[in-house]
Ligand binder design. Structure first.
Ligand code: SAH
Length: 213
């Protein structure tokens, strides 16, 4: 597990690319500059780790494009100590970015292999999410609710009610909604029943799958 000067240099170039694409939040850019993305990928893809592209990981899943990670994270407006729920742990890269920002991270993954891998790998890199959960993200995490923000990192055919209800008043839900193509959607909870909705452009994610059981 090496993070060399070469990797750091490539990461800085990646930060510049993402900045040029419109990400302005300094803390988010700093986090992208810090988290060693190459270590979250299979060795065959190491050379590609600092291109602004998604890549395959195990179990037919992908590590999201860095710009997409930055875009979603920026929308969450994380403050240190915020309680954040992620749906779709995957490689754990997004969770590491949230940890860098000082969030208390809870993350749910439905693929056992990925869940197990992230459980071992994140602490190895010094990232300590509050809880990684093997389960169904459609249900959210009622026992730990409410959350300051919730981020969904898979394409949701619809907005799960449980996630809306587990947001604090003032809390933010960032979720790509759609089947083949998704619209990045931000919900801000104004009151118990009142949500402000913003649609922020098209993205492509692997699907948020319904429970196998
Ligand atoms: N955040 C990840 C990106 C993962 S891709 C990263 O930084 O690498 C989306 C992930 O969502 C996949 O790992 C997939 O297995 C997971 N997923 C899909 N449907 C899910 C569900 N219903 N509950 C929890 N995780 C789900």
């Amino acid at each position: 597990m090496k993070d060399t000067f070469k990797h750091k240099g490539l990461r800085q170039q990646l930060v510049n690319v993402i900045k040029a694409k419109g990400i302005t939040d300094k803390d988010v850019l700093k986090a992208i500059g810090k988290v060693p993305r190459h270590l979250f990928m299979d060795s065959g893809f190491l050379d590609h780790a600092y291109q602004d592209k998604p890549f395959p990981i195990v179990a037919d899943q992908t590590i999201s494009q860095p710009y997409t990670v930055a875009f979603q994270t920026e929308l969450l407006q994380i403050k240190k100590g915020d309680k954040v729920l992620e749906i779709g742990t995957g490689s754990g890269y997004q969770a590491a970015i949230l940890c860098e920002l000082g969030a208390k991270v809870y993350s749910i993954e439905r693929q056992l292999e990925l869940f197990k891998k992230a459980n071992i790998f994140l602490p190895k890199l010094g990232y300590k999410p509050k809880k990684l959960i093997f389960g169904d993200g459609y249900k959210g995490l009622k026992d730990e609710a409410p959350f300051d923000s919730i981020i969904v990192t898979a394409g949701a055919p619809f907005v799960p009610k449980a996630l809306m209800s587990q947001l604090k008043i003032g809390g933010r839900l960032v979720i790509p909604v759609g089947n083949d193509v998704q619209i990045m959607t931000l919900f801000i909870r104004k009151d118990i029943k009142e949500f402000e909705k913003h649609e922020l452009g098209e993205f492509r994610f692997v699907p948020l799958l319904e429970d196998k059981n």
